[in-house]
Write a protein that binds this ligand. Structure first.
Ligand code: ADP
Ligand code: MG
Length: 624
């Protein structure tokens, strides 16, 4: 061009271009996202002007607002045209010759560091307009401002300088013509460009026409007014964003303006792929800034334990050019995460209030994630406490209850919320731990999953009531059955003080290497004995899980010694006391068997070989 004037790029721009051209080649696709994002910004700016200015002051006001992408495979060219606000000659020099990023120095340092360490990382950095040089050997920008001043062309090969010349006869807006580098010819192919647009720019609010055909047909529902959105639209959107064929269990459309501008649309899917054995799922919520994707399957925008959610979070407060790494440490992202997490948990609590049966279905499928949340995230304990569900001695079978329901039923002077872990409801109800609770009509929660006791120990308390495991040694249910006990003793149905003490001492000696202590129980009704935990921070179930974990790592899987409580009103125990005098060695066998049985009822392991052999010896004696 005859009247072209050459300009040097600003020093930082040169550095950036150097990195872009020499290191950014693994995730080149993002250059299309960047250029479409600029085009959409330019169109948005023009729309804004057109709303506030007189039509006569606007150049080319009849031209429709859209983005066109044209491809020329032969010439290896990709052209992106928008009818936005455009740039004057001076603006071309200023906008495309310098770096506008705030804190561009640290940005550059980070970028250079990523380029040095791991090139695949670098695609995560938005480098704005200059990303055109990731795929372009030469880039031409023809632009005409909305004020109608003469158009200009900007040309560069990205190495040190660019040239500006007048370019008459342009329409309003900007046309970017990219002559593709060797190895980048795919960007002149329709299937390639279309798939990139679908991935990154599906929700751009202006038509994107690829060779004349509009490719972005799904609306950014989350930016629209809830009242105007039809159910079918939500469903269609869910299927698109979650790549799903089913219907969502729940959906939450949530927008706020203050203190942060957030638009989000979250879905709970129908199935839990993790419990179906598909392995750990990756997060399903994408992060957008003004409808442009900035982080797909974002690991930063929600806590890990909400990875089952699908949907989008959009905040215009977020910078478009932010790396994944930077997102993780970004204070704003952390704030958004907190707001959305609290909102979602509150939403679940409301849904449970509206329809508990539907909530229980959700709980059955996804409750495991909320439990993970309790065990891993201190911050949301109060909210999560409202959402957990367990069966209990007063719940119907397979109809777990919430803690609020438990509190509602309990007597005002009850201080704790009781629970006990076991393999199933049946096993627990047949075992020794719930006997006294049933007798005294105190409700007790049944925790039947290995993780449950960790969950409750992390929750620690709910509405001021502490969680107490029924296998704790120091548990007292404020027993007032002394009178009954005396009566039983007098009728010879229970051991008196002296004989109890004698038996206990003998048991301590006999079971010396197995138990920490033996004592008389005040909470057994029918069973002869039970195992209890001297350590109040650990339940038998927790110890079992941790021992299994140690064994997996090849370490000793032993558990600490427990206490044995005996029921001195149980006939087997009474007979045992007599047997100690008449046949001590046989009494010892019986004592060991009682201990083993109690261990099994506590869900703890015994030596099966030893136990079976002993059991046969006892049976022999019985049949003789
Ligand atoms: P950012 O978009 O973050 O500002 P870019 O490097 O992508 O950074 O773009 C730099 C500047 O160039 C923009 O801020 C804008 O002023 C101008 N610009 C880029 N593309 C266009 C376009 N298609 N129309 C009008 N102005 C544009
Ligand atoms: Mg940009």
């Amino acid at each position: 061009m005859s009247n072209a004037i050459t300009h040097e790029f600003q020093a930082e721009t040169k550095k950036l271009l150097d990195i872009v051209i020499n290191s950014l080649y693994t995730e080149r696709d993002v250059f299309i996202r960047e250029l479409i994002s600029n085009a959409a910004d330019a169109l948005e700016k023009y729309r804004h002007e057109s709303l506030t200015k007189d039509q006569e002051d606007l150049f080319d006001s009849h031209v429709p607002l859209e983005i066109s992408i044209d491809l020329d495979e032969e010439k290896k060219e990709l052209t992106i045209t928008d009818t936005g606000i455009g740039m004057s000659g001076d603006e071309l020099i200023a906008d495309l010759g310098t770096i506008a990023h705030s804190g561009s120095d640290s940005f550059l340092a980070e970028l250079a560091e990523a380029a040095r360490k791991d090139v695949s990382l670098i695609g995560q950095f938005g480098v704005g307009f200059y990303s055109a040089f990731m795929a372009g050997a030469k880039v031409r920008v023809q632009s005409r401002s909305w004020d109608g001043s003469e158009g200009h062309e900007w040309v560069s090969d990205g190495t040190g300088s660019f040239a500006i010349s007048e370019c008459p006869g342009l329409h309003r807006g900007t046309k970017i013509i990219i002559s593709l580098k060797e190895g980048c010819e795919d960007y002149a192919k329709k299937w390639k460009v279309e798939s990139i647009i679908k991935q990154y720019s599906s929700f751009v609010p202006f038509p994107i026409k690829l060779e004349g055909e509009t490719v972005n047909t799904v609306q950014a529902l989350w930016t629209r007014n809830k009242a105007e959105i039809k159910d079918e639209e939500y469903l269609e959107f869910y299927k698109f964003i979650a790549n799903a064929v089913d219907e969502p269990t729940y959906q939450l459309h949530f927008s706020t303006d203050a203190p942060l501008a957030i638009n989000s649309l979250l879905f709970v899917p129908k199935e839990n792929l993790e419990i179906m054995g598909f392995g750990r799922v990756s997060p399903g919520v994408n992060l957008y800034c003004q409808r442009i994707l900035i982080d797909q399957h974002s690991e930063s925008i929600l806590p890990e334990w909400l990875r089952f959610l699908k949907g989008v979070v959009d905040s215009e407060d977020l910078p478009l050019n932010i790396s994944r790494q930077a997102l993780q440490d970004n204070a704003l992202v952390a704030k958004i995460r907190r707001v959305i997490t609290k909102k979602f948990l509150k939403f679940l609590a409301e849904e449970a209030k509206k329809d508990e049966a539907a909530y229980l279905k959700f709980w059955d499928t996804f409750g495991i994630y909320l439990k993970e949340g309790v065990a891993s995230d201190f911050e949301y304990r109060a909210e999560l406490g409202k959402l957990v569900r367990f069966e209990s001695s007063k719940s119907k079978e397979s109809t777990p209850i919430g803690l609020d329901e438990y509190l509602l039923r309990m007597s005002p002077d009850q201080e704790n919320i009781y629970y006990i872990n076991g393999p199933s409801r049946e096993a627990l109800e047949a075992g020794p731990y719930v006997e006294m609770f049933k007798k005294k009509d105190i409700e007790i929660l049944y925790t039947t999953e290995p993780i449950d006791d960790f969950v409750l120990s992390h929750l620690a308390e709910y509405e001021g009531k502490k969680f107490v495991s029924a296998d704790r040694a120091d548990l007292s249910l404020d027993d007032n059955s002394d009178a009954q006990e005396k009566e039983k003793e007098e009728q010879g149905q229970a051991l008196d003080e002296k004989r109890s003490e004698k038996l206990i001492n003998w048991l301590k000696k006999t079971l010396n290497d197995k138990v920490a202590d033996v004592s008389k129980s005040s909470r057994l009704v029918d069973s002869p004995a039970m195992i209890v935990n001297p350590d109040s921070f650990m339940t038998s179930s927790m110890e079992r899980v941790m021992a299994a974990g140690r064994m997996e790592k090849g370490m000793a899987g032993e558990i600490s010694k427990k206490n044995l409580e005996i029921n001195t009103g149980n006939s087997l125990i009474c007979r045992l006391a007599e047997l100690v005098d008449s046949d001590e060695s046989f009494a010892a066998e019986v004592a060991l068997q009682i201990y083993d049985n109690a261990m099994i009822q506590a869900g703890l392991t015994v030596d099966p070989l030893e136990m079976v052999e002993r059991n046969y010896r006892i049976l022999h004696k019985a049949v003789d």
